[in-house]
Ligand binder design. Structure first.
Ligand code: AMP
Length: 310
């Protein structure tokens, strides 16, 4: 089973109350591919500039991450994002976004990328997501992420892509913004009304909620005492979630989706323990499974009825 992802490949400069980094490896496709490669092969589609050297390429090129469709644009500049967080780590403040090579990018996928079983349209201009969606017309499961910038500036294109996917992953504020619905359940139902069968509302330190046509499932975040940098948590969650679905044998039913939620939650918890990709790039599969088991224990309850009074 293989996955294709299109999203940003970036240099990120990030400041949190607990430290800062300049031009570290980042981007939605990078965080996603590192996480999903624990479960399936993933083709990364996107451009980088001349400032993206062999060291950066080697950091992305891990077992299971296929980089043939990363295009180096001569004379171009790699996507750059600068952001900061205050003590509320759930809110990223964008200080600078430079699209660089993404401004002129026209995705042309190799046959291997087009033949993917599962496609993830990570957060990037909706027009680019649409271009990739059209080329991967044989995928059995397609999911999408986006952000407030595109909801504000490219809403029509975003709605056109949403109509073509099976699952939308957004944070709760973005879901409200996209639908104009203050209530999360109603907001998810509105998105389901446009076509996708499932919506995942990412709620930062409060966890994530899955709403499908017939079901509802919610998990808290894995409880951590030290969180250094939430950048990429959403994409790392998506990598664990989509990776699990790609590796799943059998129908992508409610059970499969719940297991995917647990793996996404576990992976995101590792991501936020250190800056950027630092923690996930030296993560081991056994550590993920241990956290998934712990999450199962933490959320188990018997629900035995109490004796009736009156
Ligand atoms: P998240 O998982 O939501 O924390 O995503 C963080 C990543 O999003 C960072 O690594 C950034 O490089 C990337 N990013 C930030 N803004 C944009 C944007 N407008 N388009 C694409 N990627 C972005």
């Amino acid at each position: 089973m293989s996955i294709t992802v299109v999203g940003s490949i970036a240099f990120d400069s990030v400041k949190t109350p607990f430290g800062e980094r300049e031009r570290m490896l980042g981007g939605t496709a990078v965080h996603f591919s590192l996480a999903s490669s624990f479960f399936a092969d993933v083709h990364v589609v996107g451009p980088v500039g001349e400032d993206w050297g062999e060291a950066e390429m080697n950091a992305v090129r891990r077992p299971g991450v296929l980089t043939d469709d990363i295009e180096r644009v001569p004379g171009g500049k790699t996507f750059f994002w600068r952001g900061h967080y205050d003590y509320d780590l759930n809110t990223a403040h964008t200080d600078d976004t430079q699209l660089g090579v993404f401004a002129e990018f026209e995705p042309k996928l190799s046959e291997a990328s087009r033949a993917c079983d599962v496609l993830f349209l990570a957060n990037i201009q909706p027009e680019l997501q649409l271009g990739v969606r059209e080329q991967c017309d044989r995928a059995r499961f397609v999911a999408l992420d986006s952000m407030n910038l595109w909801i504000d500036t490219a809403r029509d294109a975003l709605l056109r892509v949403i109509e073509t996917v099976d699952c939308v992953l957004l944070n709760d504020a973005e879901l409200r913004m996209l639908t104009g619905e203050p209530n999360l359940v109603r907001a998810a139902r509105a998105v389901i009304g446009w076509g996708p069968g499932a919506v995942v509302a990412k709620q930062g330190e409060y966890g994530a909620t899955l709403i499908t046509r017939g079901g509802f499932f919610s998990l808290p975040a894995y409880p951590l005492e030290s969180v250094l940098d939430p950048t990429g948590a959403g994409d790392t969650f998506a990598g664990g979630f989509i990776g699990t679905l790609a590796a799943h044998v059998g129908p992508l039913d409610e059970e499969a989706m719940r297991s995917a939620m647990a793996h996404g939650t576990a992976l995101a918890s590792f991501n936020v323990e250190e800056f950027g990709t630092e923690r996930v790039s030296r993560l081991r599969h056994s550590e993920i499974e241990a956290r998934v088991r712990e999450l199962g224990e933490m959320t188990r309850f018997s629900g035995l009825p109490l004796p009736a009074r009156g």
